[in-house]
Design a protein around this ligand. Structure first.
Ligand code: NAI
Length: 425
């Protein structure tokens, strides 16, 4: 819930949607944006005429799930007919709700589920007690979901592979004009913004470790190199690791460099990348943060339980953790998306590119849902190119036009699409 998503909401409303909104992260709400959306352009604080928003900066996790359920609970019993998701928590809540409605009972815990999923189960237990068919009704009314980010998309493909996806989905993340722009150039802006606002430390000359060299990792590494940091990359994928090496970064394991890093940032979308043991071995006042979607990249729970550890809150979203030997580490946004928690996320221009894809995907699934199965789809390349064309124009770039002969020679249409599906950009 940021100023950028406020404009996305206005766009959806202008297209005729009735919208309810919540945040996908407990720290990323910009309260002024939330307030403006609630009041609306024609309302007043006393008489709001905008969109219901269930989000504020600094929610607790129980409040977060409460807000997600509220968002999905339409007045009058009508459910939503579309979800626009970021990270997949709304989609997850509906799927879990249906699963346990069918089972007739919500278990106390799920095997192998993250600790905080206990809160989903609690939310569901309460909602199922009030209305035992609620989530089945919600799922039946849904024409589809459009998913914003890598982590949410992963969950959708897992559901589809298991034959459990309850409605069609469009993977917005893998539009080229989303992941190759927002994930990369967006983070190139907002990562250093978050570190600066959180710590104001001089980045030049420092050793910065970026865990993961996917789209977000590439932008993160560039971001810190741009400030003069000596950047080291960790990767599990030899292709991305080789890319990092050829882009001029040192490639090491975290174990090799953990004791000499000044800044460590995770960008993997994976769990347990930085353990409490790593944290204990960090240098005095190492800055530790995450920009992957969920906070489980850093073992904050393990840090909290570390024998003799003490937490000193420096300011909102900045904590210094003091180890028994006296050395400390500085953790940003409790391990949650620091570019949103400590700063204001990606700037509008790059989000415009992402959200153009979101809006196109919403319109597509809403108007043509009968043409889609319970699978995960991507938008056609032609629309991806359209989003790029519009944004290039806005930047004042001039695009070269193919001649008919050139187009025939490379076997494409003069108007595009210009690349095959397997082209990687
Ligand atoms: P990606 O899949 O392109 O990159 C992740 C990289 O991490 C991969 O190259 C993978 O091989 C590597 N990796 C996985 N486990 C690792 C480990 N244990 N150690 C080192 N490297 C490891 O994904 P992408 O698009 O870069 O997204 C990463 C995360 O960032 C996702 O959770 C995504 O949802 C999130 N995201 C966050 C944004 C933000 O504003 N903070 C914006 C866009 C995405």
């Amino acid at each position: 819930m940021t100023v950028q998503t406020a404009v996305l909401i206005e766009t959806l409303v202008a297209l005729g949607a009735e919208v309810r909104w919540c945040s996908c992260n407990i720290f990323s709400t910009q309260d002024h944006a939330a307030a403006a959306v609630v009041v609306g352009p024609h309302g007043t604080p006393e008489e709001p005429k905008g969109v219901p928003v269930y989000a504020w900066k600094g929610e607790t996790l129980p409040e977060y799930w409460w807000a997600t359920e509220k968002m999905l609970t339409w007045p009058g019993g009508e459910g939503p007919n579309m979800i626009l998701d970021d990270g997949g928590d709304a989609t997850l809540l509906v799927h879990k709700g249906v699963q346990y409605e069918k089972a007739g009972v919500v278990p106390d815990a799920e095997d192998d589920a993250p600790e905080e999923w206990a809160l989903i189960l609690e939310t569901l237990r309460a909602s199922l007690a009030a209305d035992s068919g609620k989530w089945t009704k919600v799922a039946e009314g849904l024409r589809g979901v459009t998913e914003e980010t890598t982590t949410g998309v992963l969950r959708l493909y897992q559901l589809a592979a298991a034959g459990e996806l309850l409605f069609p989905a469009i993977n917005v993340n893998d539009s080229v004009t989303k992941s190759k722009f927002d994930n990369r150039y967006g983070i190139r802006h907002s990562l250093v913004d978050g570190i600066n606002r959180g710590t104001d430390v001089l980045i030049a000359g420092k050793v910065a470790v970026i865990c993961g060299y996917g789209d977000v990792g590439k932008g993160s590494a560039e971001s810190l190199r741009g400030q003069g940091a000596r950047v080291v990359v960790t990767e599990i994928d030899p292709i991305c690791a080789l890319q990092a090496a050829m882009d001029g970064y040192e490639v090491r394991t975290l174990d090799e460099v953990v004791g000499k890093a000044d800044i460590i940032i995770t960008t993997t979308g994976n769990k347990d990348v930085v353990t409490a043991d790593h944290m204990a071995r960090m240098k005095h006042q190492t800055i530790l943060g995450n920009v992957g979607h969920f906070d489980n990249e850093l073992d904050i729970a393990g840090l909290t339980r570390y024998p003799g550890i003490r937490r000193v809150n420096i300011k909102p979203q900045v904590d210094e953790w003091v180890f028994p030997d006296g050395h400390t580490i500085i953790v940003l946004s409790e391990g949650r998306l620091l570019n949103l928690g400590n700063a204001t996320g990606h700037p509008s221009f790059v989000m415009s590119s992402s959200f153009s894809n979101q809006v196109i995907a919403q319109v597509e699934l809403f108007t043509k849902h009968q043409e889609y199965d319970r699978e995960v789809y991507r938008l056609p390349k032609k629309l991806d190119e359209k989003v790029a064309r519009i944004h290039l124009e806005a930047l004042g770039g001039s695009l070269t036009k193919l001649t008919k002969e050139q187009a025939e020679y490379i076997d494409v249409d003069v108007e595009g699409p210009f690349k095959s599906e397997h082209y990687r950009y």
